[in-house]
Design a protein around this ligand. Structure first.
Ligand SMILES: Cc1cc2nc3c(=O)[nH]c(=O)nc-3n(C[C@H](O)[C@H](O)[C@H](O)COP(=O)(O)OP(=O)(O)OC[C@H]3O[C@@H](n4cnc5c(N)ncnc54)[C@H](O)[C@@H]3O)c2cc1C
Length: 477
């Protein structure tokens, strides 16, 4: 491997191997992988996948390891293929409104480079500063702006992908329209590193909307009323640029940490933003729709005070982390069922006597119920998922999750499916949700997807045992 790849790319340093055992879901593999290869270019990726295919070595593609589903978790005998060093913006064309990037570029970096031309890269996962675009593409990441501007899939026009065996494949195109052949680009986006390794992407850029956005913060007697107001917003004929819901547990955690008085205004918060030339008038229209459900409604068009209103959303996860180890879940339901799902999650938490806080990308019906595990042990600063492995420490194994939390999570997933929803709106299946996949897709679809995967990866070396329940390796986490 050393001879086939560029100098310094192969590491068996215990710190590198230990870091590759986990992602931000907090679920480490039982033991470290065999080796980490940090690709410096496409040739390295081709060489690794050619040799791995030949010798049947399992490969785990890895971006920044911020995933929340265990997708980048690597274990014994596995080769970790890190794409972080491939981090150049190869081209930024204002005329075509596209950028061509390598997989290790961060969305925030691309957004900043595009801003110099009055453009932006729209998908903005909350991890846009710390995750890679390769990882965002592999998970089809969502973000706050996706309410109006679409998820990652809508921004990807074409991909360069290396297949197991080392063949470089180009999919899609750099035109905005194009329908020649099957849409392999759409298939690869969200495939969680199971079909090929993304080594470059042609991404659509959009003009930065003119003027200042208008921001609304509305408070409610409970989360159900906030979800009902989100429904009223969506029916008001204005698409908000973002629409985020936080429940009472988030507000209490923020008040306790920041000394704010959010709970004096209500037991749930809905944040909405409108943008573009008519932002202020659109915000008035949305505020009118919200008011009949709300206890307090505040509007701002001034950037500084808008930022203050949005601080609650920005600080929500760190606030919850102070209460204990967070297990971040991710389900989505049809938008009309958002209020029902918010209520169902609260009831499930009560029934199983577990602490659960809910935030939602309300415009997408995408909810993140966050179970607070070990609430007695506040672990501020450990990072989401709480698993920061220490190479010098003994094997910590998978962190313990109380059985009641598993039962509650299981009920959340089945309830989402019963409502016509999905197991994961944006974080992916990875390792952690395999056991529920067949319940959503059905056996026929799982079987077809297995066969499709085998066309790309006949020896099953890429992200083995992830995403699809593998009949040969069904060991659930
Ligand atoms: C604080 C925080 C906030 C977050 N907010 C959001 C959010 O708002 N929206 C959201 O969707 N997610 C969010 N996430 C989850 C995570 O950031 C995303 O899933 C992100 O897309 C993962 O990118 P990564 O580079 O860290 O990928 P990794 O975690 O390294 O990998 C994720 C998956 O992609 C595969 N992969 C990585 N790179 C490639 C490649 N080049 N080719 C093929 N496969 C590859 C891996 O094998 C794995 O299956 C958040 C996470 C954190 C910690």
């Amino acid at each position: 491997m050393r001879a086939a790849t560029s100098a310094g790319s192969v590491s068996q340093d215990p710190a590198d191997l230990t870091a590759a055992r986990a992602d931000r879901s907090g679920w480490p593999s039982p033991a470290p992988p065999a080796v980490v290869v940090r690709a410096a270019g496409v040739d390295d990726v081709c060489a690794v996948l050619r040799l791995a295919h030949e010798y049947r070595v399992p490969v785990v593609p890895r971006g920044a390891g911020t995933g929340l589903a265990g997708g980048a978790v690597a274990g014994p005998g596995e080769l970790v293929l890190s794409l972080e060093r491939m981090n150049r913006i190869r081209e930024l064309s204002p005329a075509d409104m596209i950028a061509v990037v390598e997989p290790g570029v961060r969305a925030a970096e691309l957004d900043q480079a595009a801003a110099a031309h009055g453009l932006r890269y729209a998908p903005d996962p909350a991890s846009l500063d710390i995750s890679t675009l390769g990882g965002n593409i592999a998970t089809n990441a969502g973000g706050l702006r996706c309410a109006k501007y679409g998820v990652t899939r809508e921004a990807v026009l074409g991909l360069d992908v290396v297949l197991p065996g080392g063949e470089l494949l180009r999919t899609g195109r750099r035109t905005v329209k194009g329908v020649t052949g099957y849409d392999l680009t759409a298939l690869l986006v969200g495939s969680e590193g199971t079909l090929g390794v993304v080594v470059a992407a042609a991404l659509r850029l959009q003009p930065i909307p003119p003027g200042q956005p208008a921001t609304i913060a509305a408070y409610f007697r409970d989360a159900h009323a906030a979800a009902a107001a989100a429904g009223a917003v969506l029916a008001a004929g204005v698409t908000p640029a973002l629409l985020e819901l936080l429940d009472a547990r988030f507000l209490a955690a923020l008040d306790a940490w920041r000394g704010t008085d959010l709970r004096a205004r209500g037991q749930a918060l809905l944040l909405a933003q409108t943008d573009g030339a008519g932002a202020a008038a659109d915000a008035d229209r949305l505020a009118a729709a919200i008011r009949e459900h709300a206890t307090v409604v505040e509007i701002s068009t001034d950037p500084a005070s808008a930022d203050e209103l949005l601080a609650a959303r920005r600080l929500a996860l760190p606030a919850i982390e102070r209460l204990g180890r967070p297990l971040i879940e991710d389900v989505a339901v049809p938008r009309s069922r958002l209020a029902d799902m918010v209520e169902a999650i609260a009831r499930i938490g009560e029934r199983h006597d577990v602490v659960v806080a809910t935030l939602a990308h309300a415009a997408d019906g995408n909810l993140h119920p966050i179970f607070v595990v070990d609430p007695a042990e506040a672990v501020a600063g450990t990072g989401i998922g709480g698993a920061e492995l220490d190479a010098t420490a003994g094997d910590p194994g998978a962190p313990q999750v109380p059985e009641a939390v598993w039962r509650a999570a299981d009920e959340v997933f089945t309830t989402a499916l019963e409502m016509g929803g999905t197991l994961t709106g944006e974080h992916g299946v990875g390792l952690l949700k395999r056991r529920w996949v067949a319940a959503e897709l059905g056996d026929g679809s799982v079987d077809l997807q297995r066969r499709l995967r085998a066309v790309f990866d006949p020896r099953g070396i890429l992200n083995r045992g992830k995403v699809l329940p593998d009949p040969a390796n069904t060991a659930a986490v």
